[in-house]
Ligand binder design. Structure first.
Ligand code: HEM
Length: 155
């Protein structure tokens, strides 16, 4: 199983299968977040809540299951000494933006599903949701740059 996950060329790049799968799943969550946003604009709030909850959970599974481990093994030992070398800098920026997006996104999902204590139930939905959507998209964009740098350009 581990061998299959490390086999490259699924998408025709040098990436192991596990990175290709995580790229595909994260792009899927980006599409889901965008569909969910459109549902909110159409005032279909129940469908919006379900789609965003599913997208945030899928995103969290990929980040916790693949990325954080990869960061700890490959990048963290080079921080801060190698930040100006290879993909260390951009991956570290990606990890910081991604971590904030993940935590804020999960908090918004918990709040929307009434799973946080009353004191934390913010009313300003627009501000929180727009901020977490923007951070998810920014993390995805920088993640795609990381993928291209590492597995296409071979930096
Ligand atoms: C909203 C949260 C996040 C999104 C949307 C996101 C998105 C992406 C995408 C699209 C890629 C390229 C596909 C891949 O190589 O797996 C990627 C790679 C990566 N991300 Fe994230 N990411 C997020 C959070 C994080 C966090 C919190 C960390 C670390 C603490 C992290 C570390 C990495 C690393 C190390 C890679 C390269 C993985 C590899 O070895 O292939 N990411 N991310």
């Amino acid at each position: 199983m581990i061998n299959i996950l490390n086999r490259p060329r699924f998408l025709g790049t040098h990436a192991p299968l596990i990175s290709d799968l995580s790229l595909i799943l994260i792009l899927l969550t980006a599409i889901m977040f965008t569909i969910g946003w459109q549902l909110a604009r159409q005032k279909q709030y129940e469908a919006h809540r379900w789609v965003q909850t599913a997208a945030a959970c899928l995103n969290a599974i990929v980040v916790l299951g693949v990325m954080i481990r990869s960061f700890v093994v490959h990048i963290l030992p080079g921080v801060p000494g190698k930040l100006l070398e290879g993909d260390y800098g951009v991956t570290t920026v990606h990890a910081i933006v991604g971590m904030i997006a993940l935590l804020l996104g999960l908090f918004v999902v918990l709040r929307a599903n009434k799973l946080v204590p009353k004191g934390l139930r913010f009313k300003n939905y627009k501000l929180f949701m727009r901020t977490s959507y923007s951070l998810y998209m920014l993390a995805t964009f920088i993640g795609v740059i990381v993928y291209l740098e590492v597995y296409v350009l071979g930096i």
